[in-house]
Design a protein around this ligand. Structure first.
Ligand code: PEP
Length: 259
């Protein structure tokens, strides 16, 4: 059974104190049957972890260096992120690729280094895929993912989280489309089954990212291959975020009101 995972990607927003206040406001309101995480700016990680205390809020790094340590001014090592309390690290986000020219090869090095350091990668990938025919059926190969997962064993893959983020939907005015979210996540799962095996592909959590908000999250999360959401803009407001992480209770409430 894949546990739903909802993640706030705060990008370069919120200072240390704002981040801690946000955690304070949500830490006792987390749903028990889902994993919830926040990816703040790196300088806030440690204090957020302390504020989160015994709650099961996951503190997530937005990036890391593939190098263990040494003369890399401005970089942050995976070991330091783990020490600061991060349990996951996002790798290959669209903005890292576009604005900082991160290539699939560099992201692959980071994925392997994260696995070595004992921190779970959340790999972001977009809609770049090629169609291929297998036994008369159309299958898809996700080019970025294929390179980024080079050298990752089936056993390691099971714990990795993948986020499907069509580039046109991230940070844009487009409305997220639940059917597109489902189709992309399903195709990624099938592509993993082709290159690994069905059993492993069935265990990997695949999230959708791109213009998710309190109005569309229920419908997106109801899709069978969507195991969670990576949320940018809409996660910055504490009430919006609480509404989104508690989408199941909201759905039950609406159903009860409709009777
Ligand atoms: C993101 O940055 O990963 C993202 C999905 O952003 P937004 O929700 O703002 O589209």
């Amino acid at each position: 059974m894949r546990k739903p995972f909802i993640i706030a990607n705060w990008k370069m927003n919120k200072d240390v104190h704002e981040s801690m206040r946000f955690v304070e406001a949500i830490k006792n309101k987390l749903p028990v049957d889902q994993e919830i995480g926040i990816a703040p700016q790196a300088v806030s990680l440690y204090n957020m972890k302390l504020t989160a205390g015994n709650s099961n809020l996951q503190i997530i790094a937005q990036n890391a260096s593939a190098q263990a340590d040494g003369p890399y001014t401005g970089e942050i090592s995976l070991r330091t992120l783990v020490d600061a309390g991060a349990t996951y690290v996002m790798l290959g986000h669209l903005e890292r690729r576009r604005l900082f020219n991160e290539s699939n090869l560099v992201i692959n090095e980071k994925v392997l280094a994260a696995l070595d350091a004992g921190i779970t990668p959340i790999i972001c990938t977009d809609e770049e895929m090629v169609q291929t025919e297998i036994n008369g059926e159309i299958h898809y190969v996700f080019q970025q993912l294929k390179t980024v997962l080079n050298g990752v064993s089936p056993d390691q893959l099971k714990d990795i989280v993948i986020s499907y983020e069509p580039s046109w939907a991230v940070g844009s005015k487009h409305t997220a489309n639940p059917d597109i979210a489902e189709a992309g996540c399903r195709q990624i799962r099938q592509s993993l089954a082709d290159s690994y095996n069905y059993d492993v592909a069935d265990q990997v959590r695949i999230l959708y990212g791109g213009s998710v908000n309190p109005q569309n999250i229920q419908e997106i999360m109801a899709k069978p291959n969507v195991d969670g959401a990576l949320i940018g803009r809409a996660s910055l407001d504490v009430n919006n975020f609480l509404q989104m992480i508690n989408y199941q209770q909201q759905a039950q409430l609406q159903a009860a009101q409709a009777i």
